[in-house]
Every structure is written in structure tokens, then in C-alpha cells.
Design a protein around this ligand. Structure first.
Ligand code: SAH
Length: 254
């Protein structure tokens, strides 16, 4: 008997940001597979088995989940945020593409989640209100020169830029280089948001500018939003500062 594999997004951290469909899918699973800190966010259910693995083992984890489903289990692979954004869903399809025939018979569904950029944007206003692009700064799975090429293209297009995976202990210098590249083309007053651990108890959100952005403030739980030429600060209700990008845009030479 062939089982089922659901790739489930858990959102950025807070339980309230898990969708009802994700909760239902998790509750219906016989087996949960995922990185241990993400599995820890899923409420315990008697009889449900948990298979925790290391964060770097994406492909191995995908194969393990497919093997369990091929053996008849109802498996949920968990991912933070949305499973299709720099996360497990691609790893599962890559495994299926190169894997055994038995995996082709498994019913696979992807259950979306609130990606960290959406939760971060909502905290601060509407910085993603117009055309934006999303780039992972990690050069573990692509060459750094490709990251630079994509940053150049994003800057040339005057896109709002969201950076995932901006820094880690093993990748301390990339974000500083990215800021320097962007600052060559964008005003020093361009709003920059550092959003760390959004929706977690230790959430921290800082609004600064391109001139004031300190790459050392970012870690692997941070994402960065860099405004386009139209992104601005506005004072809103109760004296709060918001960042937003208007719904209209003009052609600006970079
Ligand atoms: N699938 C996830 C992204 C995984 S890549 C999603 O859709 O959100 C991991 C990166 O996501 C981190 O390095 C960080 O840049 C970002 N991230 C994940 N959760 C976050 C959170 N709660 N707050 C801020 N950034 C977060």
C-alpha cells in the first residue's frame, strides 16, 4: 500500500501563524519528518512517530520521508515559513525526479505557510507593496558570483530586495558585500529593515537606512528588506513608524 507525503509550512514561528490546513495535515500524519527545532513546534500526538534530522540533510530527509510514504505511512515533512521558499518542497521533488519508481506512486501535496518575509513585512507596514525580488545570500548551493549577478539585476530593476539567509557563522562577510553593491546605486537614505526571529518571543525589528545598515547585526534568524527608490517611512497611528512602498512607481535610472 502506498501512503501519502505532505510537505507542510509551519510559518515563521508563532503557533497562531500556522494555517488551519497545516494543523489538520499535521494531525492526520502517522509520521513527522524534519529538522528537530521545527518538529518541536508541532504539538505532540499519541502514536505519531517523529524522525528528527540535521538541517543540512535536506535531500536525505526527503528520501527518508518518501521511503516512509512508499511503505504506506501518511508522512508530513515540516518546513519553517513556506515549504516552497528556500525549503523542503524542492528537495522532495528533486528526490522524486532522481529516485525510484516506487516514489512516483506516492500522493504528494504541498501545504503553504506564511513565509518569513510576509510576517516581517506585516510587522513594519507594507514594504513589499510593489514589485520585489527575493534572494538567498547563501552560497552553499550556488556560486557567490551568481548572487552578485542577481543583486545587480535587482538593483538595475529598482526592485525592493528581500535577503534570506543573510549571514551565519560560516558566512560572515556576504551581507556587507551585498550592502556595498546596493549602496553604489541606491540613495544612502533608502530604508533597510532587519527583521530577526519574527513572531518568536525574541523578535527584534530594526529600521535603518542603507548608510546606517550594519551587516554585523544579522544572523541566520534574520531577514533583510531593502527598499526601492519609492519605499519610505511614515508616522502612523500612536506615533509608530511604518515603512511602505506605494502602489505606483516611476522609472528611475539607477
Ligand atoms: N522557508 C522559509 C525560509 C527558509 S530559509 C520561509 O518561507 O520563511 C531560512 C532563512 O529564512 C533564515 O536565514 C532567515 O533569513 C529567514 N527566516 C526564517 N524564519 C524567520 C523568522 N522567524 N524571522 C526572520 N527571518 C526568518
Amino acid at each position: 500500500m502506498t501512503g501519502r507525503l505532505a510537505i507542510v509550512g509551519l510559518g515563521p514561528g508563532a503557533a497562531e501563524l500556522i494555517t488551519p490546513l497545516a494543523s489538520e495535515t499535521l494531525a492526520a500524519a502517522t509520521d513527522l519528518v524534519g529538522y528537530a527545532p521545527y518538529l518541536a513546534r508541532v504539538p505532540d500526538r499519541p502514536g505519531q512517530l517523529r524522525h528528527a534530522s540535521d538541517n543540512r540533510e535536506e535531500l536525505a530527509r526527503a528520501k527518508q520521508a518518501l521511503d516512509l510514504a512508499a511503505a504506506g505511512k501518511s508522512v508530513a515533512v515540516v518546513s519553517s515559513g513556506d515549504p516552497g521558499v528556500f525549503a523542503m518542497a524542492s528537495a522532495v521533488f528533486e528526490a522524486i525526479e532522481t529516485g525510484t519508481q516506487a516514489w512516483n506512486d506516492i500522493e504528494v501535496i504541498v501545504v503553504p505557510g506564511v513565509s518569513a518575509m510576509l510576517a516581517a513585512a506585516a510587522r513594519i507596514g507594507a514594504p513589499l507593496g510593489h514589485d520585489f525580488c527575493v534572494i538567498s545570500l547563501s552560497d552553499n548551493l550556488k556560486p557567490w558570483d551568481l548572487v552578485l549577478k542577481r543583486l545587480e539585476a535587482a538593483v538595475a530593476g529598482d526592485f525592493i530586495i528581500v535577503l534570506y539567509n543573510p549571514a551565519s557563522k560560516a558566512r560572515p562577510w556576504q551581507l556587507g558585500d551585498a550592502f556595498r553593491l546596493i549602496a553604489r546605486h541606491r540613495a544612502s537614505s533608502t530604508p533597510v529593515i532587519f527583521a530577526r526571529a519574527v513572531s518568536r518571543p525574541d523578535e527584534r525589528i530594526d529600521i535603518t537606512t542603507l548608510a546606517g545598515a550594519d551587516a554585523a547585526q544579522a544572523d541566520m534568524r534574520t531577514l533583510i528588506i531593502i527598499g526601492s527608490s519609492a519605499t519610505k517611512l511614515v508616522s502612523g497611528g500612536k506615533g509608530r513608524r511604518f515603512v511602505y512602498t506605494p502602489r505606483h512607481a516611476e522609472l528611475v535610472e539607477s
